[in-house]
Design a protein around this ligand. Structure first.
Ligand code: SF4
Length: 283
């Protein structure tokens, strides 16, 4: 079968060695696989926010929407509700969705909107040259915290589980095979899926050595067990020097937001239609 070419002519401006390349390569391979397996290319829509991650949509020849800072989720939700047959894949950063757009992210998880969130979590604002984000460790020294970050980071996996996300995973930009697996499973999952990718920013927060020494892929983990997922998610709190589990933490099946939305609105249309008939009959 002929492979579709997803490359574009846009010049790639990421720094050499940036973890974004692993995400780009993995998603290109997964999209090609899904297209070869029968999903038309025009059924995919990519949405990005603002930050270094956002340029990814310029580098993939698929319909896309470059949104505002922190507004990936509302744009993606609107696309999905307007046309539920589309596969909506979102790219966002830790500053973008764990900071600016956090409330949107929590509610998309709560609502179980059938979109896939790929978070480029480099734990620093790269595009604006190195400020701390919600997942930077305490004591992190950056442009806005020269004496150290006075805050404790939050754990996005714990937040997503508590908010009702139906698919929660973590990957690492030094592991393209795992990224491919996680991306494909997340896209095929019916419901809200999120993959927190430890994406290394080589220029402002180079964590390759740190992660290489600590990450491991989970085995014997029951993805269907919420409590086990929570225990695994808490194993590393984005601050302490413990081992870092990777893989799918949790998945479950439940009705999606757009399915409920259209079902309820159909009922409203039907009720309004009956009222209209009764009115016309003067009843
Ligand atoms: Fe990647 Fe960091 Fe360079 Fe941005 S600043 S392209 S995140 S290495």
């Amino acid at each position: 079968m002929e492979q579709i070419n997803l490359n574009t002519n846009a010049k790639n401006t990421w720094c050499i060695g940036c973890g974004n390349f692993a995400i780009l390569n993995a998603i290109r391979i997964v999209l090609k696989e899904l297209i070869a397996e029968g999903t038309p290319a025009e059924n995919f829509v990519l949405v990005s926010g603002i930050g270094c991650h956002a340029k990814i949509v310029d580098y993939i020849n698929i319909n896309s929407f470059y949104s505002l800072h922190g507004r990936v989720v509302p744009v993606a939700t609107a696309i999905k509700v307007a046309n539920p047959s589309l596969n909506v894949i979102c790219f966002s950063g830790d500053g973008d969705s764990y900071g600016e757009g956090l409330e949107h992210l929590l509610f998309a998880a709560k609502r179980n909107v059938d979109i896939t969130m790929i978070i480029h979590n480099n734990r620093v604002y790269g595009l604006t040259t190195g400020q701390f984000t919600p997942t930077s460790p305490s004591g992190f020294k950056g442009r806005s915290t020269p004496y150290g970050n006075p805050e404790h980071p939050f754990n996005p996996l714990e937040l997503m589980l508590a908010s009702g996300a139906s698919f929660v995973a973590r990957g690492f930009s030094h592991g393209i095979d795992l990224l491919k697996k996680l991306f494909k499973e997340a896209i095929l999952h019916k419901g809200f899926s999120i993959i927190d990718v430890l994406q290394v920013c080589v220029t402002f927060y180079n964590m390759y050595k740190y992660y290489d020494e600590r990450v491991y892929e989970m085995d014997n983990h029951n993805e269907l067990d919420f409590n086990q997922a929570l225990v695994k998610a808490k194993e590393w709190d984005y601050n302490t020097d413990t081992k870092i589990p990777l893989g799918i933490f949790y998945r479950t099946q439940k009705p999606t937001f757009e399915a409920n939305f259209h079902r309820l609105n159909k009922d409203v249309d039907r009720i309004n239609g009956v009222k209209e008939i009764l009115k016309n009959l003067n009843l």
